[in-house]
Write a protein that binds this ligand. Structure first.
Ligand code: IPM
Ligand code: MN
Length: 364
């Protein structure tokens, strides 16, 4: 087995260098609140945040033509973590098509910084309305492979723009890449109470990639006898996620299946405005990146209508990654109390941020 977890950076940095990429639209508004919460939770601690803001995204591209200049990427790489808002302009904006910000900025960072474990928690907090009528006790984590699969960009078009056009979009699965994300998921399952792992694929149809995944899951499972392992085809997984989401603890899956399943999980967990994520590089060779699962929502941008909770919960994922679990727990518990206390009255982005800060417990 090839992978080793090793760390090149200190476990508890006194000074955390944080690269902030607010991006576009509501990304800017929710990131501002996430930063306020970070300042509040770290106030009076021995941890100092040193922030550098990088203005990247559709807005920057339209103004300057830059998507991700190499020197800025190199500067981002020098940080301990990245807080990312959202990028993208109005759908169908032709000026943005060639730039493909999603691929050339967001996915480029995920790939170049080797964010192989895309961790997306789904927990239905008390007081939050799920899209399901009777969801039960929802608390699972999707570990989405982040660097391979159909996202790898392997493919192309032959005889483009002719009636004989041929396009391929090859799903790339390496034993190395599958093993490391499967290991990550098993290690995560070991840390959780229910000790259950569900791997999701489509082995009946995608027989080649399926065989690689199956062989590796079985090998790693043998090293984790305490973990109950379950398998589901991805189509069936969507039914189970709707009918009985409480059955899931840790899910590990391919990049594209994980993309789709985590939007569904977002709806089950009370909406995409609450869905947090971490694009994790467990080796710490490059900074990991923390972002709400939602996009830039140009339709409501600049109106203080976005819920910053997903961005705030993403800072908790970040604090855990930075070996600050007590601070992560204080953020989560503050969100939990705020959600439980929320009435029907609409609140602005900044009001929700302030309400969460008011709920942060003093440090122990
Ligand atoms: C997500 C998004 C991205 C993805 C897009 C914006 C490239 O949908 O983070 O889930 O497909 O991974
Ligand atoms: Mn998605």
């Amino acid at each position: 087995m090839l992978n080793q977890i090793f760390s090149r950076r200190p476990i508890r940095p006194r000074t955390i260098k944080l690269a902030v990429i607010p991006g576009d639209g509501i990304g800017q508004e929710v990131t501002a609140e996430a930063n306020r919460v970070l300042d509040a939770v770290l106030a009076g601690s021995d941890v100092v945040l040193e922030r550098t803001e990088f203005k990247l995204g559709a807005e920057r591209y339209l103004a300057t033509g830059d998507v991700l200049p190499a020197d800025e990427q190199a500067a981002i790489a020098q940080h301990d973590a990245i807080l990312f808002g959202a990028v993208g302009g109005v759908p169908g904006d032709h000026r943005l098509q060639a730039a493909n910000i999603e691929r050339n900025l967001l996915l480029k960072l995920r790939f170049d910084f080797d964010h192989y474990a895309n961790v997306r928690p789904c927990r239905l907090f008390t007081g939050v309305k799920s899209a399901l009528a009777d969801p039960g006790d929802v608390d699972f984590v999707v570990v989405r492979e982040g660097t391979e699969g159909p996202y790898a960009g392997n493919g192309g078009r032959l005889r483009a723009d002719t009636p004989a056009e041929v396009s391929t979009e090859v799903s790339v699965n390496t034993a190395y890449g599958v093993e490391r994300v499967v290991r990550y998921a098993f290690e995560l399952a070991e840390k959780r109470d229910r000790k259950k792992l569900t791997w999701v694929h489509k082995t009946n149809v995608l027989v080649h990639a399926g065989a690689t995944w199956q062989r590796i899951v079985e090998a790693v499972a043998a090293e984790h006898p305490g973990i109950t392992v379950d398998y589901m085809h991805v189509d069936a997984a969507t039914i189970f996620m709707v009918q009985d989401p409480a059955r899931f603890d840790v899910i590990v899956t391919d990049n594209l299946f994980g993309d789709i399943l985590t939007d569904l999980a977002g709806a089950i967990g009370g909406g995409i405005g609450l869905a947090s994520s971490g694009n994790i590089n467990p080796s710490r060779e490059f900074p990991s990146m923390f972002e709400p699962v939602h996009g830039s929502a140009p339709d409501i941008a600049g109106q203080q209508k976005a819920d910053p909770t997903a961005a705030i919960l993403s800072t908790a994922v970040m604090l855990d990654h930075l070996a600050l679990p007590a601070e992560a727990a204080r953020v989560r518990e503050a969100v939990e109390r705020d959600l439980a206390a929320r009435g029907e009255a609409a609140r602005s982005t900044a009001e929700i941020g302030a309400a969460v800060i008011a709920q942060i417990a003093p440090r122990a």
